[in-house]
Design a binder for this molecule. Structure first.
Ligand code: FE2
Ligand code: FE2
Length: 183
């Protein structure tokens, strides 16, 4: 069974490796490394915000940790900054003179954020969250997010239309079931 904290640590390591790769890659275009990193960060922060942070907040609250709320609020704000810088990077050409500098600043702030999660937040939660149950939830969500991304990159328009029509069909089915049931 996947363990939530182990999963997050693994993601952190992957991103740190990408940062190192970026730094050691002197020549040529770094856009591919940047794009891969941004995708990894997007999925990781979504999993934390949707599943892990709410569970962490609840656990810290139950432990009566006075700084708990602040810790989670700050983590959330750090994600927000990462998203802003990521959005800017996505719009930039890699030939832009500020591209590398912007990514380097992003890397520094993510590394700081990772350190706080790994050295402060995770140890506090040890034994106070159901890491396996959370891990399972996160794994399922991660697969969906990765799938959605894979479909999106194959042909955004087509997959969107397909997804919308499937959604409508299932909505109709639910409605039919709802109106038919119990009458
Ligand atoms: Fe985070
Ligand atoms: Fe994280």
């Amino acid at each position: 069974m996947p363990n939530a904290i182990a999963m997050l640590r693994e993601d952190h390591q992957k991103v740190k490796d990408l940062f190192e790769h970026f730094e050691s890659h002197d020549s040529g275009d770094k856009k591919e490394i940047v794009d891969t990193t941004l995708k990894e960060l997007e999925i990781h922060t979504t999993l934390e915000e949707e599943i892990f942070y709410p569970a962490a907040r609840k656990a810290l609250d139950e432990m009566r940790d006075e700084e708990g709320d602040d810790t989670i609020d700050e983590a959330w704000e750090e994600h927000h900054v990462v998203k802003l810088v990521s959005a800017e990077l996505k719009k930039m050409r890699s030939s832009d003179e500020r591209y590398n500098a912007k990514f380097t600043v992003l890397a520094e702030s993510v590394k700081h954020h990772i350190q706080e999660e790994e050295n402060e937040l995770f140890p506090k939660l040890d034994g106070h969250i159901d890491a396996e149950a959370l891990g399972e939830k996160m794994m399922a969500r991660k697969e969906k997010l990765q799938q959605r991304r894979a479909n999106g990159s194959k042909g955004r328009g087509a997959s969107k239309t397909r997804a919308a029509s499937t959604r409508n069909k299932s909505k109709r089915r639910t409605r039919r079931r709802a109106s038919g049931g119990g009458r």
